[in-house]
Design a protein around this ligand. Structure first.
Ligand code: NAD
Length: 499
């Protein structure tokens, strides 16, 4: 059985651990590899190596660091097919979607290639007599990223691309469910010219996460995962004085106004609700139909479109989506479907019991659709993270905005309408971090930044874009005076002012 290792000091490094975690092929339901769950000692070793490597990396001029990332981008493009197959074999998302996962990370790498421009700092000449003031952005030192299973390529790149471009060394703790692609990325960075030890991968679970949070030499931690863990990681890391950025779960709403182009909207909702088997933090698992007429027109269209979806193995080029990641996750999704029924929602399509011929042990679920969901239901309040779409009927536009605004999660939201006034008011009023207007999955491009509100995000700075540069640097401000000579300037005993 293949066993995945850490990647420390530029080479695969095994651990003394006797704790192993199984990695499945979600298509077949079979264990295909194992990963050793790291120890505190493994993490300490990686941090010591990173700390030793960071000074020289930070001292390299920013353009040279960017050149490594340019080369890394080229290698990602060269290996796109291989990486996509590897990703899909552990995660279960279809190959085209796996390529999208890599591509969205690659776009952050492209952004990071331009980071030298953003590190320039500020300068004021003549802030006082003979006085100049300048600010510079300096790297933090060793920083860490802890990532979820659902984007094993994109999310590590959200983090390490800006962190490295800013001159930090990086410790990556990937999800134990699909750690192969993060390891492959570390290998490619080395091939691209990143000095050994500047990026290290430590495999593991809570033991390594806690060791990261407690380690005094790790200055900042970026986390993406479910909300309870995000909040815990945020609290523990912040109490250790670290800079923290912790993205959590989601329950994104799609609000459909009576004037929306329903055929286009339904096509958009299918991909957003069921794509990647619903395992996206920017999936759209809730539709809010505004007005009874809208709901009546929408429902048969949603049913027909969902029934037309093809669920297949992840290498099936015609499949709309593949299996979910593990049997445990599949059982959890099924339990939410049962909860929805028990709470009184109407299950219009039931994806449980779906079997794919020849892959009966795979972790497949057909598309499920609920109607008449109401906001008090626990199955609506909580994140399901599977191919389950819940429809709510609201009477007014205000009620629909209120639903998204009052929901405990606030990652993304989308409105479908032809009315510019309504869309503008919606974008202004809704209490959610990322808004789509006729765009079902409004993941911001790499030069903006990504982050949700409420239980979807703990910490002040978003992922990538300018916020990524702010997160991975700290500002130092220098006030300098170069006297020309002449009489001694009187020393003042009051706080210096310009008046
Ligand atoms: P998860 O919270 O189970 O795991 C995330 C990371 O935390 C993993 O590296 C895992 O090893 C670690 N971890 C798990 N349990 C831990 C514990 N008790 N203590 C410390 N660390 C622990 O999340 P997941 O199932 O891998 O990913 C899916 C979740 O991530 C969903 O909730 C999804 O919405 C969320 N997500 C959010 C975003 C975002 O940007 N907001 C993006 C992608 C995924």
């Amino acid at each position: 059985m293949p066993r995945l290792t850490h990647f420390i000091a530029g080479k695969p490094t095994s651990s003394d651990t006797n704790r192993l975690s199984d990695i499945y092929n979600p298509n077949t339901g079979k264990i295909q590899a194992q990963v050793g769950l790291g120890t505190v000692e493994d993490l300490n070793l990686a941090v010591a190596i990173a700390k030793a490597a960071q000074g020289e990396w930070a001292a390299m001029n920013p353009q040279r660091r960017a050149r490594v990332l340019f080369e890394f981008k080229r290698l990602l493009e060269r290996d796109m097919d291989t990486l996509a197959h590897l990703l899909s074999s552990e995660h279960g998302k279809v190959i085209s979607d796996a390529k999208g996962d890599i591509q969205r990370g690659l776009e952050v790498v492209e952004f990071a290639c331009g980071i030298p421009h953003l590190l320039k700092g500020e300068f004021t000449q003549g802030a006082g007599p003979g006085i100049d003031v300048f600010s510079m952005r300096q790297p933090l030192g060793v920083v860490a990223g802890i990532t979820p299973f659902n984007f094993p390529a994109m999310i590590p790149m959200w983090m390490f691309a800006p962190a490295l471009a800013c001159g930090n060394a990086f410790i990556l703790k990937p999800s134990e469910r699909d750690p192969s692609v993060p390891l492959a990325l570390a290998q490619l960075l080395l091939e691209a010219g990143l000095p050994a030890g500047v990026l290290n991968v430590v495999q593991g679970d809570k033991v390594v996460v806690d060791a990261i949070l407690d380690h005094p030499d790790i200055k900042a931690v970026s986390f993406v995962g479910s909300s309870d863990i995000a909040q815990y990681v945020y609290g523990r890391g912040a109490s250790m004085g670290k800079r923290m950025q912790c993205m959590g779960g989601a329950k994104n709403h799609g609000i459909i106004l009576p004037d929306a182009d329903l055929d286009q909207t339904v096509a958009d909702i299918m991909g957003a609700a069921y794509g990647s088997a619903g395992e996206r933090c920017m999936a759209l698992p809730v539709v809010v139909a505004v007005g009874d007429k809208t709901a009546e027109a929408l429902r048969p269209r949603l049913v027909a479109a969902a029934q037309g979806l093809r669920v297949g193995i992840s290498t099936d080029a015609d499949a709309h989506y593949g299996p979910v990641v593990t049997a445990t996750h599949k059982a959890r999704i099924e339990s939410y479907i049962q909860m929805g029924i028990d709470e009184g929602a109407e299950l219009v399509l039931d994806g449980r019991g779906f079997k794919l011929q020849g892959y009966e042990d795979g972790f497949f679920l057909g598309p499920s659709l609920f109607d008449h969901v109401n906001p008090e239901m626990k199955s609506y309040q909580e994140e399901i993270f599977g191919p389950v779409l819940q429809m709510i009927r609201s009477q007014t536009f205000e009620e629909a905005i209120g639903l998204a605004s009052k929901h405990p999660y606030g990652n993304g939201v989308a409105i479908f309408t032809r009315n510019g006034d309504a869309a503008r008011e919606f974008a202004d009023q809704v209490e959610v971090g990322m808004v789509g207007i006729n765009v079902p999955i409004p993941v911001p491009v790499a030069y903006h930044s990504f982050g949700g509100w409420k239980r979807s995000g703990f910490g002040d700075l978003n992922q990538y874009g300018m916020d990524g540069v702010r997160f991975y640097t700290r500002t130092k401000t220098v006030t300098q005076r170069w006297p020309k000579g002449g009489p001694i300037v009187d020393q003042s005993f009051i706080i210096p002012t310009l008046s």
